[in-house]
Ligand binder design. Structure first.
Ligand SMILES: [Zn+2]
Length: 389
C-alpha cells in the first residue's frame, strides 16, 4: 500500500506523462505515450493486413489512406465508450477528472466508487450500451451498402469497425473485474447480498480466473507457434487485468478498514505552509528542495487560501516559474479540497482522488488546523494491519 503511494510520488516528479488532447463535459482527455504505440500498431495491421487481404491489387498508398483513418475511427469508438461511462457517472453526481487513453484502451478516472448498486450498474452499463449501439450502426451501414458496393474500401472499413466494436462489447462484458461485466456482476451481487466486500471479492475472483485462462491461451499460442504475437499480447493484457482485479478488492478492504475513522487520527498539526506572493522559483528553492513535501497549504497571515503541489507547479511552463506567483498556480480553497475535523478518512481519500492532491488542509472556523496526507493514511493502514495480523 505505502509502496504504491510512494511509487505515485516518484511518478509525479517524472516529466509529465501523456499529452492532453481536449476537454469534453469538463473531463480532460489525455493520451498516454503508450497509446500512440497501439494506434501505430493497429494502423499498421490494417494497412499491411486487413485491407490488402480483403481488397487485393491496390497501390500501397491506397491501403495507407484506408488504414490510418480506420484506426482513428476505432480509437474514437474506444473514447466514446469511456465517455459514456464518464457522462453517466457525472450525471449520478460522481466527479470524473479525466480519461486516459493508454496501451489497453481507455480508463475513465472516476474519482470514487459508486455508493449504491444502482449507480454502479448504470455507470457500468453505459459503456457496453454505447459499444452495442456503435456496432449495430456499423453493421447496418455495412449491410445497407449491398454486395456490389461502388466503394469497397469504405465498406471494408465499416466492416472492420463493426467487428472491432462487437469485439470490444463482448470482451468488456466478460463478468470479471476490472471489466464492465465484472462491475455489472458486482452491482447485482451487491444488490442481492447487501455486501460490497463480498460482491467485489466474487467479481475480482472471476476477473482473476479470466486473466488466468487468457494467460493459458497465450502460452499455448506461443509454445505451439500457432499465434505467437497475439499469444504474447494475451499474456500482457492478462497480467494487467489480474493486477487490476486484485487492486479493486484491496480498495474495498481499505475503504472498509477506514470507515468511520476520523481525519484527526492521522492529521498533522505541525504544518509547513507557504505564503501566496512568492514566485514558483522561490517556492522550489525555499520549500520544495528543503522540506521534500510534494504539497503545501497556501496561507496568507492566518487565512488559508489554497494548496500548491509539485504537479500544479509543473503545469506552468518552466520558463514562467520566475514570474508566476504561488497564488496564480495554486488550487484555490474550495469544498472539493477542504476537510473539517468531523470528516472521516474515506471522505479524505475521495477528495484526494477527485482533486488529484495528495495533501489536504483541515480547516476549522476559517483557520488551518492541520493537514492530512495520503502517505500518512497509508502508514496508518499499515500499522493497523500489522497490529491485527
Ligand atoms: Zn467500459
Amino acid at each position: 500500500m505505502a509502496n504504491a503511494f510512494r511509487a505515485r510520488g516518484t511518478a509525479l516528479l517524472r516529466q509529465g506523462r501523456g499529452i492532453p488532447l481536449f476537454s469534453v463535459f469538463g473531463i480532460r482527455v489525455v493520451a498516454d505515450y503508450t497509446w500512440f504505440l497501439i494506434v501505430a500498431l493497429i494502423a499498421t495491421t490494417l494497412t499491411i493486413g486487413w485491407f490488402p487481404t480483403t481488397l487485393p491489387d491496390r497501390a500501397p498508398v491506397h491501403y495507407i489512406l484506408l488504414g490510418v483513418p480506420t484506426a482513428l475511427f476505432f480509437f474514437a469508438s474506444v473514447l466514446v465508450h469511456e465517455l459514456s461511462h464518464s457522462v453517466v457517472a457525472v450525471l449520478s453526481g460522481i466527479p470524473v477528472r479525466k480519461i486516459t487513453l493508454f496501451l489497453f484502451g481507455g480508463i475513465a478516472e472516476i474519482s470514487r466508487e459508486p455508493s449504491d448498486p444502482g449507480t454502479e450498474l448504470r455507470v457500468a452499463l453505459a459503456g457496453p450500451v454505447m459499444s452495442a449501439a456503435l456496432a449495430a450502426g456499423f453493421w447496418i451501414a455495412y449491410v445497407a451498402m449491398g454486395d456490389e458496393s461502388s466503394r469497397p474500401g469504405l465498406q471494408l472499413a465499416i466492416l472492420y469497425l463493426a467487428l472491432a466494436n462487437s469485439f470490444l462489447l463482448g470482451f468488456n462484458l466478460l463478468p470479471g473485474l476490472p471489466l464492465d461485466g465484472g462491475r455489472i456482476l458486482r452491482a447485482i451481487v451487491w444488490k442481492i447480498t447487501g455486501s460490497l466486500r463480498r460482491a467485489t471479492f466474487l467479481a475480482s475472483t472471476v476477473g482473476k480466473v479470466i486473466a488466468g485462462l487468457l494467460i493459458l491461451a497465450g502460452i499455448v499460442g506461443v509454445l505451439s507457434r500457432a499465434y505467437v504475437l497475439p499469444g504474447l499480447w494475451f499474456v500482457f493484457i492478462a497480467l494487467f487485468l489480474r493486477h487490476a482485479a486484485d487492486r479493486s478488492y484491496r480498495q474495498v478492504l481499505v475503504r472498509e478498514a477506514l470507515a468511520g475513522i476520523g481525519v484527526t487520527s492521522v492529521m498533522v498539526t505541525d504544518v509547513v505552509s507557504v505564503p501566496p506572493d512568492i514566485t514558483l522559483s522561490e517556492l522550489i528553492e525555499i520549500y520544495l528542495l528543503r522540506h521534500h513535501y510534494t504539497a503545501y497549504p497556501v496561507v496568507d497571515g492566518d487565512i488559508p487560501l489554497g494548496v500548491i503541489s509539485v504537479r500544479l507547479v509543473k503545469r506552468v511552463p518552466q520558463g514562467a516559474w520566475r514570474t508566476t506567483s504561488v497564488a496564480q498556480a495554486m488550487h484555490p480553497l474550495t469544498d472539493v479540497i477542504t476537510l473539517s475535523l468531523r470528516d472521516t478518512l474515506p471522505t479524505a481519500m475521495q477528495k484526494m482522488a477527485a482533486s488529484g492532491l495528495g495533501k489536504l488542509p483541515v480547516i476549522e472556523d476559517g483557520r488551518l488546523v492541520g493537514v492530512v496526507t495520503k502517505r500518512d493514511i497509508a502508514s496508518y493502514l499499515e500499522v493497523r494491519s500489522d497490529l491485527s495480523s
